[in-house]
Design a protein around this ligand. Structure first.
Ligand SMILES: Nc1nc2c(c(=O)[nH]1)N[C@H]1C(S)=C(S)[C@@H](COP(=O)(O)O)O[C@H]1N2
Ligand SMILES: [Mo]
Length: 517
């Protein structure tokens, strides 16, 4: 079937309107027609490509993937609309092209998203555009006087105009749908406002142990980073959620959200850091988590294998990670973050928080704990990463500020997982001489198993500490280097490596130019 330029233009307009119509109906949730396409693309992407994207393109890689997936959907819907219009027109009955487009695009969207009701948004977008182009030709006082060319122009112009209008409506509606799904919550910063959980004393403790330096977060991160295998996060209501405990256990369990909420709970500061981040990057953050210790669940399930390995899974996005059971034992099933319900982007309704290990084992939207007979690779390990072990030690340098008296203040957060931070040293001459930095006390107000690992009951065993150093700067740019010491006195290794495959290591070193501060 030959396709004219004008039909193709109407088709593309229908494709765009359908993607934005779908966004309008579903917002940025899995019902959005692009979501399953994007997540399938990232899942199929070869390990090397995805590693290149992470280490070289950073967050841009995922945005490109989303853009590509959107274009792909526009193209497919355009083709469907052109076909449906063509077939409909052969029947030579007004309305048939529009109806055929509506039905075909709805079927496509419903099949892709498995959300038949929200799929109406995609169908409506495409249907409106094709409908408008039909109407523009059939209406008019002297249709017989119209030329073929004029008709073509009218079809295209009305299709484009309708697509533009539908897109605006879609964007506005989609935003509010997204907000609704995300509960209006941001990413759980530490600032004031009504809190669901009684954590005011702990938040106050963290505020008191924060340094206020330009460029550096307080002790509770203001914008907790997010790393996901898919751009569009699962959207799981607590009532629809369940946790299965399966595999090599004496008692398989199925727990509802209510069950988890009825268990003993604790509030615990824990830092999470992504293995794929840059050495002085921003994918390391700290929050106060509220949840149930996982130890009692492990005990109730009674593991039968001696593999010491466990797989956590999230059905919502198909993520899974395997790591030692001993690492999970002091972990928690978190449903609160900084005193509020866990935000959708951080794994609502329940995520794992595993002390001391790289971010990837902190599985979000957790739906299954499977005890294994023997070890298996997790999602990222299948792609070449070694990101399930204990974190490496780092002292970040994010805060840089010039004081009125001309002195310079630098600062950051230091984190060594459960090995703990005992000191941070700073050099302002590229590593020739070193001074001990000021260090905040460990965050407090924590009880529970994670604190058995040194530090006593009052301290968070797995939270970062903040450092600060004030000095008289030399003239012009100079190199500031930072290095951390663990609790047992071990100094972190100087040698620097990239993040692939087992996380970045080395001393952070940044050029500071006092005249730019
Ligand atoms: N279900 C699921 N859990 C997940 C991920 C994911 O993509 N899907 N990403 C992991 C990675 S790589 C990291 S670093 C942390 C990040 O947690 P955050 O997004 O709350 O910062 O979540 C982990 N848990
Ligand atoms: Mo990560």
């Amino acid at each position: 079937m030959p396709v004219s330029v004008s039909s193709a233009a109407v088709g593309v307009a229908a494709g765009v309107a359908s993607v934005l119509g779908s966004y309008g109906a579903a917002g940025f949730t899995p019902g959005f027609i692009v979501a399953p396409v994007e997540s399938t693309l990232s899942r199929l992407m070869p390990g090397q490509v995805i590693t290149f994207a992470i280490t070289v393109l950073g967050n841009l890689g995922q945005k490109l993937n989303l853009a590509f997936a959107s274009l792909l959907v526009v193209g497919v819907v355009a083709a469907v609309a052109v076909l449906a219009t063509g077939l409909g027109r052969r029947l030579d009955r007004p309305g048939v092209p529009t109806l055929a487009t509506l039905v075909a695009v709805w079927a496509l969207a419903a099949a892709v998203t498995l959300q038949p009701v929200q799929a109406l948004g995609a169908a409506a977008g495409a249907g409106l555009v094709v409908g408008a182009s039909e109407v523009s030709v059939s209406l008019g006082r002297f249709p017989e006087a119209r030329t073929e060319d004029g008709n073509r122009r009218r079809r295209v112009v009305s299709a484009l105009g309708t697509a533009a209008a539908a897109s605006v409506v879609g964007v506005v509606a989609g935003r509010s749908q997204t907000d609704e799904a995300t509960d209006g919550s941001s990413n759980g910063g530490g600032s004031a406002g009504d809190r669901t959980f009684d954590v005011a004393d702990r938040i106050a403790d963290a505020e008191a142990k924060s340094f206020d330096i330009e460029g550096m977060d307080p002790a509770i991160s203001e914008g907790f980073y997010q790393v996901d295998i898919s751009s569009v996060n699962p959207n799981i209501a607590p009532e629809g959620w369940a946790l299965k405990v399966t595999g090599a256990v004496e008692n398989e369990l199925a727990l509802s959200y209510e069950d988890i909420r009825e268990m003993d709970h604790e509030h615990r500061f824990s830092t999470i850091r992504c293995v794929g981040e840059n050495l002085n990057g921003h994918k390391m953050d700290n929050a106060l988590w509220t949840g149930a210790p996982v130890a009692s669940i492990i005990e109730e399930a009674a593991p039968t294998s001696d593999c010491n390995c466990v797989m956590l899974r999230a059905d919502g996005d198909g993520f899974f990670e395997e790591f030692p059971l001993d690492a999970l034992r002091p972990g928690m099933l978190a449903y609160g973050m900084n005193g509020r319900p866990l935000p959708r982007g951080h794994g609502a309704p329940v995520r794992a928080v595993v002390p001391g290990h790289w971010g990837e084992v902190n599985v979000k939207w957790l739906t299954e704990i499977e005890f294994l007979e023997k070890e298996q690779d997790g999602y990222w390990e299948k792609r070449g990463w070694h990101g399930t072990g204990p974190v490496k030690t780092v002292a970040k340098l994010h805060g840089k500020e010039r004081r009125d008296d001309g002195r310079v203040v630098v600062g950051g957060h230091a984190y060594a997982g459960l090995r703990g931070i005992s000191a941070v040293e700073v050099s302002t001459d590229g590593g020739d001489s070193w001074t001990e930095a000021e260090l905040t006390e460990r965050l407090g107000g924590v009880t529970g198993p994670a604190t058995d690992v040194g530090g006593g009951d009052e301290f968070a065993a797995d939270a970062w500490r903040s450092w600060r150093h004030v000095y008289d700067p030399p003239e012009g740019p100079h190199e500031v280097v930072v290095r951390a010491y663990e609790r047992d006195g071990t100094r972190q290794p100087e040698e620097s490596t990239g993040s692939f495959p087992s996380g970045p290591s080395g001393w952070v070193s940044e050029t500071v130019d006092p005249s730019n501060l």
